[in-house]
Design a protein around this ligand. Sequence first.
Ligand code: NAD
Length: 260
Amino acid sequence: MLHNKTALITGSTSGIGLAAAHVLAENNCNLVLHGLMSEEEGQALAAQFSSTYGINVFFSNADLREPQAIAHFMEQAINELGSIDILVNNAGIQHTECAADFPLNKWNDIIAINLSASFHTIQQALPSMEKNGWGRIINIASVHGLVGSKNKSAYCAAKHGIVGLTKVIALECAEMGITANAICPGWVDTPLINNQIEQVAHEQATTFEDAKYKLVTAKQPLPEMADPRQIGEFILFLCSDGARSITGAALPMDGAWTAQ
Ligand code: NAD
C-alpha cells in the first residue's frame, strides 16, 4: 500500500515507534528509523529491516532536545531517501512528580522532546510534502492530550500542546493534500510506563503484573493495555486514501478512558 513512500518515525527504536515501523515496512514503506541507541546498534536495526522487508532504511540517533541536531538529521534523511511523505512524531519521555516538586530539567526535557521536537520536524518535512501534494503528519499524543492526571504536569502540558499544534497544521495544510492528526492512546504496553508500574508495585507491596492491572483499571474502563502494534495499524489506516478527510483530529484510542 505504501510502495514508493517514505515514513520518518521518531523514537522508533522501542515501543510504539518500533511496532509502527514494522507495520509500515510490511506495507512496503521506506523508513527513517530514529531513537536513542548507538550508531552500531542503529545500523544493525536498519540492516535488519532492509533485508527482512526489502525497503530502503536510514537510521539516526539525533537527540531531539537539540533543534540543530533535528535539522541536520532531517536534511540527511531527505537527501538519502528523497522525501518524507509520512511523518510520525512519536518519541517521548515521562516523569511523574507533583508540580510543586517537579524538577526544572525534567520539565524542559519533556517539553523539548514531547512537544517542540514535533514543531521542528514538521517545519523540515512540510516543503517536500507540499511539493509532492501529499503528506501525512501523525502525532502520537496521549489521553493526556485530552485530560489531566495528577503528577504529570509537564507530560499533560506537552500532550495538550501537541493536540493544538496538530489542529493548526491541519488548517494550514488543508488545501495541500496533507493531513495532520493526533492519536491519543490510553495505556500501551511499552518500556515507557515501567517506572510507574514499579512504583505501584512498591507502594502496594504487590507483583509487577498485579500492579500493571491496578494501574490500568484505575482510570481505563477497558481492563487491558493496548499492544503497540495496534497504534501502528491505526497509523497505517490514517495513511490510506480512505482516511484523507480525517484531519485536525485528536483521535482517542483509550479503552473508553475519556468517555467518562
Ligand atoms: P518508549 O520508551 O518505548 O520509546 C520512546 C522512544 O523515544 C525511544 O525510541 C527513545 O529512544 C526515544 N527518545 C526518548 N528520548 C529521546 C531523545 N532525547 N531524543 C531522541 N529520541 C528519544 O515509549 P513508548 O511508550 O513507545 O512512547 C512513544 C510515544 O507514545 C510517546 O510520545 C508517549 O508519550 C506516547 N504514549 C505512550 C503511552 C504508553 O502507555 N506507553 C500512552 C500514550 C502515549
